[in-house]
Write a protein that binds this ligand. Structure first.
Ligand SMILES: [Zn+2]
Length: 283
């Protein structure tokens, strides 16, 4: 059953990241908190993980669906950008813009624009530019995309926790949503999940109540985080993960006087209406 392209249910919050498990590691608690507050949330992973030292893209698709259930996201899809080679091209911007028009998020969470991994910081700029493009009323994405991408191969998403997953037969699928030429949409708010980079956040979101579930969403990537010989020097041991995740969440929590939190940067200034309602104690 296909969803009517005329009535897509907009997402309240969409997190965009380069790799499956980036969202879980940087803003998974926030997404879960938003879902628990009744918001409709989604995750768009740009790659499928075929270059990973551990596991296959198929393993990661399964694990990503498990993690999405734990985080109560309504929608998840992985695009087909090459793992390790996320590039800010016109075609990739169009692919993202098409998803943005279909899912119509009010808030988009992007990775912070600096970092060690080129896929992460490239995703930040690519995501920003796609958000801009998606709002251009004269841009006809279907005509602008090369012919090879005009055919929609993806299973349609349905309501609730029905994630779009990679198909098992090829590495080229999963690229495009089945929606038609949708009207322009520009997200209202862009925020940057900054946990991967040592930068002072503009704000943090408390995730004390979501911390355990968020940890479980990371453990859902069994192919990555189960102790094994492959990549032993690059991956933390299973028992270290809790310590690492807790230490980071605790650090950002302490900055705001709560137990656990996730850090974000926003480019805009904050707007205050009532000085007596500003949270976080000064002295
Ligand atoms: Zn990553």
């Amino acid at each position: 059953m296909t969803r009517s392209p005329d009535h897509p249910i907009p997402l309240d919050v969409l997190a965009i990241a380069a790799h499956r498990d980036d969202v879980e590691q940087t803003c998974g608690g926030t997404l879960l908190k938003m879902a628990e507050h009744g918001h409709r949330t989604g995750i768009l992973d740009l790659t499928q993980g075929e270059m990973g030292t551990r596991g296959t893209a198929q393993d990661r698709a399964r694990e990503a669906a498990d993690a999405a259930r734990i985080l109560k996201v309504s929608w998840r899809q992985a695009l087909d950008l090459p793992d390790g080679r996320v590039e800010n091209t016109w075609e990739n911007r169009l692919k993202l813009a098409r998803i943005l028009r279909a899912q119509r998020p009010r808030v988009v969470i992007l990775p912070y624009w600096k970092g060690r991994h080129p896929d992460h910081y490239t995703t930040s700029i690519l995501g920003y530019e796609a958000c801009f493009l998606a709002g251009l009323s004269k841009l006809d994405i279907e005509s602008a995309l090369p012919a090879s991408h005009s055919e929609r191969s993806e299973e349609p998403a349905s309501e609730g926790h029905d994630f779009r997953r990679a198909k098992k037969t090829s590495s080229k699928e999963g690229a495009l949503a089945p929606e038609g030429n949708l009207p322009p949409h520009r997200p209202f708010k862009l925020v940057y999940a900054s946990l991967y980079h040592d930068v002072r956040p503009t704000f943090v979101v408390e995730i004390t109540a979501q911390f355990e579930a968020r940890l479980q969403s990371i453990y859902a990537y069994k192919s990555q985080f189960t102790d094994q010989e492959a990549g032993r020097n690059d991956f933390p041991a299973h028992d270290d993960i809790r310590d690492r995740v807790a230490a980071m969440a605790r650090f950002y929590g302490m900055l705001a006087g709560v137990k656990y939190a996730e850090p974000f940067v926003q480019k805009e200034v904050g707007l205050v209406d009532d000085l007596t309602a500003i949270p976080v104690k000064s002295i």
